[in-house]
Design a binder for this molecule. Structure first.
Ligand code: DX5
Ligand code: ZN
Length: 231
């Protein structure tokens, strides 16, 4: 793969932002590639955050692209609405729909990139032959629901399987990881093949979120390039 193919994307998660100072906290991550918006319904996961109105308001007050991660049960009903609000990507959980390909097609039709997310216990085998239907695959490196959990390096085989398939088919699919990403763990995930990185507590917990984003990007880029030149 060529060097320009190895760019990386850093998406801070506003789950770790100050919910009553959201506009200011968005400004603190303006150097990011997109903002990761964790929508939780207290049903698919045991936590509750925000919904379409938050996405609409972020679009209104900020130029940063939106990467929406739906941790909700009824994705077939709600996901397309987030695309219609102008999210750059909408990611739903594989465990939440019987027909991920149909939903992905509807998201693309509505103008968004279509993402599919896999919980830690969900194998990749059912999806490796369908990757062309998606623009993003999210491998959860924690059980979804809360920020600040420890990165699970037992998810790295999933990343390697997906990276091999994406490269073999030469697909334009972002391979994203979410959960426990910081300066140490991002190198592990990037080496295993990830090129998209969600980071909540490590960005918003830093004194300077902008330099935290720059460091994460640098470590990930170096690890991707090293993985590419040896593989
Ligand atoms: C967890 C969310 C994550 C969360 C990550 O269910 O999907 O996006 O914000 O937070 P950190 O980076 O703190 O693990
Ligand atoms: Zn997330």
């Amino acid at each position: 793969m060529s060097d320009e193919g190895r760019s990386v994307r850093i998406h801070p998660s506003i789950l770790s932002a100050d919910f009553v100072n959201m506009q200011a906290d968005l400004a603190r991550i303006s150097s990011a590639d997109a903002v990761h918006v964790d929508v939780m319904d207290n049903h698919f996961v045991p936590n509750l955050t925000f919904g379409p109105e938050m996405v609409r308001r972020i679009r209104a007050v900020s130029a940063i692209p939106l990467d929406v991660h739906l941790m909700i049960t009824d994705v077939d009903r709600w996901a397309v609405g987030y695309a219609e609000l102008g999210a750059q990507s909408v990611t739903f959980h594989a465990e939440a729909t019987d027909d991920p390909v149909d939903l992905a097609r509807r998201l693309r039709h509505a103008g968004a990139r279509a993402g599919i997310a896999l919980k830690p216990d969900t194998p990749v085998s059912a999806y490796v032959d369908q990757l062309a239907e998606f623009d993003l695959v999210l491998v959860m490196t924690v059980e979804p629901g809360f920020g600040g959990q420890d990165f699970r390096d037992d998810m790295m085989p999933k990343l390697r399987t997906l990276r091999e398939q994406i490269d073999a088919e030469d697909l334009d699919v972002l391979l994203q990881v979410d959960g426990g990403i910081g300066e140490q763990t991002i190198r592990i995930a990037a080496t295993a093949g990830a090129d998209g990185f969600v980071a909540g507590s490590s960005v918003y917990g830093a004194a300077d979120p902008g330099s935290a984003i720059a460091s994460l990007r640098e470590v990930a880029r170096a690890a991707r390039n090293a993985a590419g030149s040896s593989g």
